[in-house]
Design a binder for this molecule. Structure first.
Ligand code: NAD
Length: 310
């Protein structure tokens, strides 16, 4: 049975990942951690600032964990506003968590992102290994992070694993300041006011994924046979390649009067245009059996009723 410490556990992914892991491995075997904690938190939790290596070490040692899932980070749009702070948190926090994994011989998972790619990357069916050269601080952090995780595997034998997540869509916890956040907001606004103004322009395609697929992929990769993992850090995974009008079309099947207008934010639009349209996930499929279950219509049919009852 695994025992896992999750950093950044209060965020969009962490808040759902912790409950999914607890269902899978047992409540007492999953220790959430973040800078803050919800009042109703059930199960073990530690306040851990990932810029403090000792705090991560103490929490890992106290609970005798065998795995760290490192989620604490500053996301793309927020990182562009404070790039130096983003470097300190995204790189410093990762290095600290990797050091603890090395010292305590722990398995290690951290997500990379489609943001690791840049304008010179082939946009369609983006290969697992290709030109990266991102132009955002977040992307620079993600590429450097992938390489650092590879380094800890080759140099120290730390069992590092990761995926390049697309924009993640969920009805549970709102997103934390990424470029793909519109794809969550559009559902909230569809339910609330039957209209949405997109800060991303029409025909701007990006990869997206429904949260249940994202969570299942983490568990699958965590449990995969290490001998089969060639591309450890980090695997392309892909589910839904969509532009704002594709979400509107899917929503109109349930809310015919839904209106989509545009008021483009140049900062986030520029980031979006530097990212791929859709990734080739064949390495993840072959090496550990990645498979997405949700397309845009199935996701929309689940999101809208869930948001209505929130
Ligand atoms: P989020 O912004 O929703 O949550 C991040 C969490 O980290 C927050 O709860 C925050 O309190 C915490 N945090 C911030 N500074 C911290 C510190 N110093 N110490 C400890 N905790 C701190 O982010 P998320 O969407 O859950 O993303 C988690 C990971 O997944 C990140 O590495 C992100 O880059 C990656 N990712 C997310 C997406 C997405 O669409 N959500 C897509 C690709 C990759």
């Amino acid at each position: 049975m695994k025992k896992i410490l999750v950093t950044g556990a209060m965020g969009q992914i962490g808040s759902e990942l912790v409950s999914t892991l607890r269902e899978h491995y047992g409540t007492s075997n999953v220790i959430g951690s973040d800078l803050w904690q919800k009042d109703e938190e059930e199960g073990p939790f530690e306040i851990v600032d990932v810029t403090d290596e000792k705090a991560i070490y103490d929490a890992a040692k106290k609970h005798n964990v065998d795995t760290i899932m490192h989620l604490a980070a500053l996301l793309s749009a927020k990182a562009e506003a404070v790039p130096q702070i983003a470097w300190d948190l995204n790189m410093g926090g990762l290095m600290n968590a990797l050091e603890v994994a090395r010292e305590l011989e722990l398995q290690f998972f951290t997500p990379s992102s489609i943001g690791a790619f840049g304008p010179a990357t082939p946009k369609k069916n983006t290969p697992q290994e290709t030109v990266m050269r991102p132009t955002t601080m977040y992307g620079v952090n993600k590429v450097a992070g992938e390489l650092l995780c590879d380094y800890y595997f080759y140099r120290y034998g730390v069992d590092t694993r990761g995926v390049r997540y697309p924009g993640l869509i969920s009805y549970v916890t709102p997103p934390g300041g990424g470029t793909t956040d519109y794809a969550v907001e559009i559902y909230y606004e569809a339910v609330k006011s039957k209209k949405y103004t997109s800060y991303i322009a029409a025909e701007t395609y990006m990869d997206m994924m429904y949260m249940p697929d994202a969570l299942n992929s983490i568990i699958k990769l965590l449990e995969a046979d290490p001998d089969k993992l060639v591309h450890r850090n980090a695997y392309n995974i892909s589910a839904i390649s969509a532009a704002p009008e594709d979400f509107a079309k899917a929503i109109r099947k349930h809310i015919p009067e839904f209106e989509l207008t545009y008021n483009v934010d140049p900062v986030r639009q520029k980031i979006a245009e530097s990212w791929p349209d859709n990734l080739d996930s064949s390495a993840a499929e072959q090496e550990w059996g990645f498979k997405a279950e949700y397309d845009i219509d199935r996701m929309t049919a689940e999101m809208l009723p869930k948001l209505r009852t929130k």
